[in-house]
Design a protein around this ligand. Structure first.
Ligand code: ATP
Ligand code: MG
Length: 183
């Protein structure tokens, strides 16, 4: 499964609708300071269900909405859509028939969040469920940010285990067990 494109609108510095397309299995985002590299990564984490404002470098969850600049007024909502190529059949079950999977998240100034899966409204949970065990997801190792390599090298065995369990596809079963135990 491969990320094909990110569509950003009203998200952080990306006030106008912008599409970033990725054509290969490994991509790097480069550019001058402040051009929006980290904002793009925040966008990917956010749409996959990241629920910590701190992990998105903000204080409140509505800080992701474009807040205005010298030339532009703030806007009322942010949306991000990710389109994945599923033609290799990574996603099985009910999603196997889709060669493309689109996930979308929207937030308004009133902190109303909406999620969409292939254009149909869904729960946050439906999106996080899809990616569990695929190596993707808001905190996955598929996104390698500044400082991540040294963090991995320096991590404690129990922290490292989380990455290994995700790579081995075990984490989704642990998540389901936790869920069952909490019911
Ligand atoms: P560096 O190379 O320094 O890491 P970068 O390319 O990662 O830079 P980002 O952190 O992605 O840069 O972008 C920073 C810019 O985004 C800043 O100019 C900041 O003002 C702007 N920005 C962040 N949040 C918002 C927001 N909610 N509304 C408007 N602009 C924002
Ligand atoms: Mg940065």
């Amino acid at each position: 499964m491969r990320l094909k494109s990110i569509k950003l609108a009203g998200f952080k510095s990306f006030v106008d609708p912008t599409t970033v397309s990725f054509s290969s299995n490994m991509s790097a985002i480069i550019g001058p300071n402040g051009c929006g590299k980290s904002n793009t990564i925040d966008a990917v984490r956010w749409v996959m269900g990241e629920s910590s404002a701190k992990n998105l470098r903000g204080e409140n969850m509505t800080d992701v909405i474009f807040n205005g600049s010298n030339a532009r007024k703030p806007v009322g909502q942010a949306t991000i859509e990710l389109v994945f190529d599923n033609s290799d059949g990574t996603l099985t079950g009910e999603y196997a028939r889709f060669s493309e999977i689109s996930i979308k998240r929207k937030v308004t100034r009133e902190a109303q969040n909406s999620y969409y899966l292939n254009g149909v409204k869904c729960r946050r949970r439906d999106i996080t469920d899809i990616f569990l065990g695929t190596g993707l997801g808001p905190r996955s190792y598929a996104i390698i940010e500044q400082g991540m390599i040294s963090k991995l090298i320096e991590s404690k065995p129990e922290e490292l285990r989380v990455f290994i369990e995700e790579a081995a596809g075990i984490s989704k079963y642990k998540e389901r067990r936790r869920d069952t135990e909490n019911r």
